[in-house]
Design a protein around this ligand. Structure first.
Ligand code: NDP
Length: 335
């Protein structure tokens, strides 16, 4: 058992507006006993994801919404402190849908053991975790960038976007990243080696795309939707491809996100537009790791993490990701 009092963050109800500030409750409920086939985990890090906004929206989606009063859903990583499961031992590092809590009792089949020598466990929540896999499969499997193509990536300095952009660059494409603010744009050029960066907060995104994509756009990896998607659509080349990974600019009203008004460009330019979630690729995670781990160790790809400390700061961290205040994969360090 644990000597510390467990702490949970619960969702009291679905947010009535785009602002989710008032829905979080801190509880200190005791843990239930560990049964056969289960383990008790002390969580060390929680992943903060834009998709959480969908999980607290009472609408049919790729997963059921969090139930009012329930522990907020999240990926986490931590160490097993008690085990009644044959395949997992005390001291093992595990990841899975742990929820935003300091401790939890889980069935062993709902956890995945992590542990690659020289790789800190929390890395399996960032570049070597779901966001890394999302960038990897979205770009390699769906986008399929080719040498000489012009590829545009939005939210390019973030967790998913930075991986996707670097993969396109490694494929020999000319890669233009879109991000908010001069710091993030400098990061795209100086650290990630992209060919151009567009600060969408500076104004005319269409003019900036026109100036930075003189040959048009062959492939767009969309993380944001909204006005940026509309502007990109107008400059897509004939038979261009759009990978719809996310639409964070529309998450304030997740239940009725607006689509682009110039949608008919998909017809007139014979575009393909394909969405996905990581649910489609869970069976192929080992393949992503086989590529990502050596690429990261050999510094062919880079990623950065933004760590907020303390479970009580979950509401702040949740807001940060929608305000663009995170610089890299946003993680909550517990304890
Ligand atoms: P990031 O690390 O990229 O953080 C989110 C970033 O989005 C912010 O830092 C901000 O960067 C940008 N942003 C926020 N609001 C807006 C806005 N209104 N307009 C434009 N940009 C905005 O998060 P992730 O990498 O985790 O997620 C990126 C996208 O990928 C999200 O849409 C997410 O839902 C999606 N996703 C999809 C998955 C899938 O399976 N399909 C899995 C995981 C994530 P900036 O300062 O540059 O504006």
């Amino acid at each position: 058992m644990t000597d510390k009092k467990p702490v949970q963050i619960r969702m009291s109800d679905y947010p009535a507006t785009g602002n989710a500030r008032d829905i979080w409750r801190v509880t200190h409920d005791s843990l239930r006993p560990v049964e056969d086939g289960e383990v008790l985990v002390r969580l060390d890090y929680i992943s903060i994801d834009p998709g959480m906004r969908g999980w607290i929206t009472n609408k049919r989606s790729y997963m059921p919404p969090v139930k009012p009063g329930g522990v907020m859903r999240a990926f986490g990583v931590g160490e097993i402190v008690e085990s009644r499961a044959t395949g997992l031992a005390v001291g093992d590092q595990v990841t899975g849908f742990t929820g935003v809590q300091t401790h939890g009792v889980f069935k062993q089949e709902n956890l995945r053991k992590v542990g690659i020598p020289g790789v800190p466990p929390h890395t399996f929540l960032s570049g070597l975790g779901m966001t890394g896999y999302t960038g990897y499969f979205g770009m390699t499997d769906i986008g399929q960038p080719k040498e000489g193509e012009t590829v545009v990536v939005s939210a390019a300095s973030g967790a998913v976007g930075s991986i996707a952009a670097q993969i396109a660059k490694l494929a020999g494409a000319r890669v233009v990243g879109i991000a908010g603010g001069p710091d993030k744009c400098s990061y795209l050029i100086d650290e990630l080696g992209l060919d151009a960066a567009i600060d969408y907060k500076k104004g005319d995104i269409s003019a900036a795309l026109n100036a930075n994509c003189p040959d048009g756009i062959d492939l767009y990896f969309d993380n944001v939707g909204g006005d940026i998607l509309s502007a990109v659509l107008n400059q897509m080349n004939y038979q261009g491809r759009i990978v719809v990974c996310g639409g964070i600019s529309q998450y304030g009203d997740f239940a009725s996100a607006a689509g682009p008004a110039n949608f008919m460009t998909v017809v007139t330019h014979s575009l393909s537009m394909r969405g996905f979630t990581m649910r489609d690729y869970m069976h192929r995670v080992p393949e992503a790791l086989d590529w990502l781990v050596p690429a990261w160790k050999e510094r062919r790809i880079k990623f950065r993490e933004h760590i907020v400390e303390g479970i009580e700061n979950f509401p702040n961290a949740f807001d940060m990701i929608f305000d663009g205040k995170n610089h890299g994969k946003l993680l909550l360090k517990l304890g």
